[in-house]
Design a protein around this ligand. Structure first.
Ligand code: ATP
Length: 365
């Protein structure tokens, strides 16, 4: 097991990169601690697979270092790094039995057969592969094969880390949840560093203790699922996490706060002071639909909005509002009354975020 440090790492697939846009991974320094369960979450094309392949050794980064426990491993192969990688599509030896597939990485290490047998049975037990051990891999279903792929990564106890690249893509939806739980259980049992790549926020938050959100070749936030939800440090995190995503409203500074159209939103003195130091090109207010406060009637502190649409999703409702020409989503719990045409809302200050050029303006509480 190892701590994995990415030091001033960047990668361009182009031999002569000219600028930011030529980099699949933009300059970053990031540490994955030993034994952590991590997810790397982001949309298609943001650089997740590139970063994973750099960590595993399938790709040599064009700039910076990959360090395992302080040792630079840039030039080492995945085998030499002791990294196990599980891909979207299962990698199994079709002509071998499930037992031999699981035993293969251990035989490669020269382990003796009695120990191999005990390790294979241990992992077969965890992944519920026992009934299949004597079957030829070619006779397995896609999700059984993927379980064998995972088992081959998990069977070695000397691995520095296990990297999963969207491993549940081929798995039946009803089995996905079960396998995710299984992986989490395995992590708790074996305490191996695991990095799980996905573009699905639910998959990320059920598996990982900490999630790295990637956007445009950068990790824009690294935090617990709760931190990402409650304090998105980048507008992309606000938009990408949550259902629906965060409301983002373009605003301009005004006396004591910010404004859009004829609406002024007061800000704390600390935030106003911070804002005065900056000249951002773009300023946005962010508030999650869950955190917009809906008053039962007219109220002095409230802003008036028009109700446009109500979407009933069973356990909650999504209101679509127009607030001074600005579309706004509000999420209401099942037991909250649905307002009529006129809605009175406010933005509780602890949930109101201000973003300057997409990054959260942080002030001491
Ligand atoms: N072999 C390659 N040669 C040139 N450009 C590449 C290569 N592989 C990926 N890219 C580019 O690098 C960027 C990042 O791609 P990458 O596959 O790492 O993203 P991703 O987040 O894993 O996407 P997906 O979820 O679709 O797999 C994209 O712009 C992609 O087009």
């Amino acid at each position: 097991m190892a701590e994995i440090r990415l030091q001033d790492l960047a990668h361009s697939y182009s031999a002569a990169p000219q600028g930011h846009d030529d980099y699949a991974i933009r300059a970053m320094t990031h540490v994955w601690e030993q034994g952590g369960a991590y997810a790397l979450l982001g949309p298609s094309g943001c650089g997740k697979s590139t970063l994973l392949n750099i960590i595993s050794g399938l790709l040599v980064p064009s700039e910076g270092q990959v360090q395992f426990d302080g040792q630079v491993v840039n030039e080492l192969t995945p085998q030499a790094r002791n990294i196990a990688q599980v891909f979207q599509f299962p990698v199994v030896y079709d002509t071998m039995t499930v037992y031999d597939n699981l035993a293969f990485p251990l035989r490669n290490q020269g382990m003796d057969e009695p120990r191999i047998m005990s390790k294979v049975h241990e992992i077969a037990e965890v992944l519920e592969l026992h009934p299949l051990l004597k079957k030829k891999a070619s006779n397995l279903s896609a999700d059984e094969k993927q379980k064998v792929s995972m088992g081959r990564g998990l069977v070695r106890d000397d691995v520095s880390a296990i990297l999963f690249d969207e491993p549940l893509t081929v798995i039946d939806p009803h089995l996905k949840w079960k396998l995710r739980r299984k992986l989490k259980q395995i992590h708790e049992q074996f305490n191996i560093t695991m990095i799980y790549v996905t573009h699905d926020q639910l998959e990320a938050s059920t598996f990982a203790d900490k999630i790295a959100v990637m956007y445009g070749g950068q990790i824009v936030q690294f935090g617990t699922p709760r931190e990402l939800f409650e304090r998105p440090r980048h507008t992309f995190v606000g938009y990408f996490i949550g259902s629906p995503g965060m409301n983002l409203i373009d605003v301009t500074p005004c006396d004591g706060g910010v404004r859009f159209a004829n609406t002024e939103v007061p800000l704390s003195a600390a935030l106003n002071a911070r804002l005065a130091e900056l000249k951002p090109q773009r300023l946005q207010l962010g508030i999650r639909p869950e955190f917009v406060h809906v008053w039962e009637g007219q109220h002095d502190e409230a802003m008036h909005a028009e109700l446009v649409h109500v979407e009933d999703l069973g356990t909650y409702k999504i209101l679509s509002l127009q607030l001074d020409g600005q579309p706004l989503k509000v999420r209401l719990q099942e037991d909250q009354p649905v307002p009529q045409r006129s809605v009175y809302i406010s933005f509780p200050s602890q949930w109101l975020m201000l973003y300057a050029d997409d990054y959260l303006l942080e002030v001491a509480p």
